[in-house]
Design a protein around this ligand. Structure first.
Ligand SMILES: Cc1ncc(COP(=O)(O)O)c(C=O)c1O
Length: 386
């Protein structure tokens, strides 16, 4: 079997460690330090900390990588979502349909842009916004559908586009976990009116801090995001509309430019690691493995298994020095922050059932076959013990 860690930058200098962290950034950063430090030195000379040349260079390179016509860099994935909604024309009180299984930022973006999130259940098949539930959630005030490509697997945008067309609403993609994912021969970030990406350090493409981007086929929308990210100004001190401090820092753009050439290889390594888990863990205990629908090629931001007692499995793995995550232990509609939406346990049964079952296994570029084997062996032991 091919080795998942053989591509540049290598991990020859990383010490051997019997534990398996949930996430390890060191293998992907190896070999990049010198070039990045040189970029920082150059910035010390030019002081172009904001709006430096790397920002536009990264925007162009990332748009090309995604296959979108335009890209506007911003300060986080949340900013990308919020500014995409505003630039696409969201008005105060407009409703936006969001999935019940997502990271909280999807809802934060809607409310902070002045919209009203309308939660809909997810499909048991792909854990993403269920097109039938999304259709049922559409009403006269609905303006956008905001599907999330959770865990790196794309939502069913073919069916969601039909729903959007039928209800005369627009699609915005939350692609924060889905750099490079494809489904039905289309890439995440190219289908909706706009899409949001996060470059939080542990994302498939990560900055050295917070960063994000909006991709779109509409250069006018990208230009509007650039206005919003910088205090609503197109020309200095001419404030067309109320904006934000939400720029992509030059230093983060420089880091992202250095890392982008490796993203295809890192995605390949994620796919290979996911494939190994799926082969190794078939028919183990009550585990339900991720099963991408036909035509879907996820970017595998996370490898999320489901089991009846996720806490017990996580405990066993922790005892063996193996890190895990839960994405997410509480569905957003039941979060205290969104009590005002008025949902109760039972409102969205598929998302609630998943929240009670999920465990995310270690997965990162540079994870070794040996590490995957250690995780799989510990999981087998856990179920053999009963
Ligand atoms: C699905 C999803 N949406 C939005 C975000 C927000 O991104 P950020 O943390 O960069 O603001 C994240 C990442 O944290 C995410 O996973």
């Amino acid at each position: 079997m091919a080795h998942v860690r053989e591509a540049p930058p290598g991990r020859t200098g990383v010490a051997r460690d019997p534990s398996v962290p949930f996430y390890d950034l060191r293998p992907s950063h190896e070999g990049l330090g010198e070039a990045i430090l040189a970029d920082v030195e150059e910035l010390l000379a030019t002081n172009a900390w904001t709006n430096g040349p790397q920002v536009a260079a990264f925007e162009e390179a990332f748009a090309a990588w995604v296959g979108a016509r335009a890209c506007a860099g911003v300060a986080s994935g949340l900013d990308a979502l919020r500014l995409a909604l505003l630039a696409a024309g969201l008005q105060h009180g407009d409703e936006v349909v969001v999935p019940a299984n997502t990271f909280v930022a999807t809802l934060e973006a809607v409310t902070q842009a002045g919209g009203v999130p309308v939660v809909a259940d997810v499909s048991a098949e792909d854990a993403n916004l269920d097109p039938d539930a999304a259709a049922a959630a559409c009403g006269p005030r609905t303006r956008f559908l905001l599907p999330v490509h959770l865990y790196g697997g794309m939502a069913d945008l073919v069916r969601l586009e039909h729903v959007a067309r039928r209800h005369a609403v627009e699609l915005i993609e939350d692609a924060c976990q889905a750099h490079g994912a494809t489904r039905d021969e289309r890439r995440a970030g190219t289908v909706g009116r706009a899409a949001a990406f996060s470059f939080y350090p542990a994302k498939n493409l990560g900055a050295f801090g917070d960063a994000g981007a909006v991709t779109t086929r509409d250069p006018v929308l990208a230009a509007e995001v650039r206005v919003l990210r910088e205090h609503g100004q197109r020309a200095k001190y001419r404030h067309e509309r109320e904006g934000y401090t939400a720029r992509l820092d030059t230093i983060q753009a420089a880091v992202l430019l250095r890392k982008l050439p490796y993203l295809d290889e890192w995605t390949r390594q994620r796919r290979e690691a996911a494939h190994m888990y799926s082969e190794r863990l078939a028919d183990v205990g009550d585990l339900r493995l991720p099963a991408p629908p036909a035509g879907s090629d996820p970017a595998w931001h996370l490898y999320v298994v489901r089991t009846g007692d996720p806490a017990a499995l996580a405990r066993t793995l922790a005892e063996r020095g193996i890190g895990t995550g839960r994405h997410y232990p509480e569905p957003v509609h039941l979060a205290a922050a969104y009590r005002r939406l008025g949902h109760r346990p039972g409102s969205f049964p598929v998302a609630e059932r998943m929240a009670g079952q999920v465990v995310s296994l270690p997965l990162f570029p540079g994870i070794t076959e040996e590490q995957i084997e250690r995780v799989a062996g510990a999981i087998e032991e856990h179920f053999a013990r009963g």
